[in-house]
Ligand binder design. Sequence first.
Ligand SMILES: N[C@@H](CCC(=O)N[C@@H](CS)C(=O)NCC(=O)O)C(=O)O
Length: 331
Amino acid sequence: METRIVNAPIQTLVADTRAALNSKGELIGGQPTSTPPRFELFSAASSICSQKVRAVLAHHGLTYRSHMMNLFGGQTYLPAHVRLRMLGCEQTGTKLVDRHTGSTSVASGGGCDAAVVPTLVDWDTGTVVVDSKRICRHLDEAAAVDGACSLRPAHLAAAIDAELEIIDNLPNYQMLSGKPPGEDRRPAGQRGKNGVDFAMGKVERCDRYLAEHADDPVLVRGYSAKRAKELSAAQDLFTEERMRQAYTTAEAACETLERRLQAARTAWLLDDQVTMADIYWAIELLRMGNMGADTFWKEGKRPAVAAYAARLRELPAVQAAVVNWPGALFS
Ligand SMILES: N[C@@H](CCC(=O)N[C@@H](CS)C(=O)NCC(=O)O)C(=O)O
């Protein structure tokens, strides 16, 4: 990151974020005890990046304190949360992202976003961990002592990482918010939306916070980068041409998956045990299905993907983190 940011201690930043949300948090995955849980998660019900993290937590049966944020109400932009994430962004060693590629990947998306979820606090290490891929790995390493039961076993790590990168780079923002080519099969709440208004609403929200916090250099950096990112999204991502490309990319990924599943000799995509690649595909295919893009594999078009999607949906961690999580699927 360019300049080291000045920030308050993590305890203060978390307390301020809880207060801003008016949330004590809900304990997930365990019984209340006298010691607070190691992990505290800020997430949003329908955010696929949050769903990946909740699924890894559920898979490992980790206990955590969960705070829900209203993504569409703009709670991820609350100044206290942005300050908290600026601390986490600094640790990613990347700059703040100021351009939207359409993907959620920090690696290929150009850096860290200070106004999104998920945000994990690890009270044992005293760190704020941002970016779903980094969070999932952090949790997996914490849960799978000596590598036992890891979702990312060492001998498959490179193959799993390659898979996560493919999924992370899929155009989910466009498929959620932009008008699909042809029939709009998105759920009623999304149908007809073109993405530009949504992205411009975020630009306006940043403008309001920038005006309110003009004397706070940390917040000014966070909101300025986010503003530039969403402005580029509004200008570039949702044209007919870009939307066509987005759907072509997503369908091509399903075709590659179909061929790999057909060739696989393992019970799951890469192993006989579920790996993080399966968890990621579970969330991705559920989202595509939710957006009406299950035409990519339905009616015999890609039978291996159809069967895989159905099995993934039944995984207990996926049921807990998405299927049965209130508000996780759009209606
Ligand atoms: N690289 C980040 C991306 C996070 C991200 O894009 N989160 C989205 C939901 S999946 C979000 O919070 N969007 C809110 C906004 O942009 O206003 C990660 O994987 O955690």
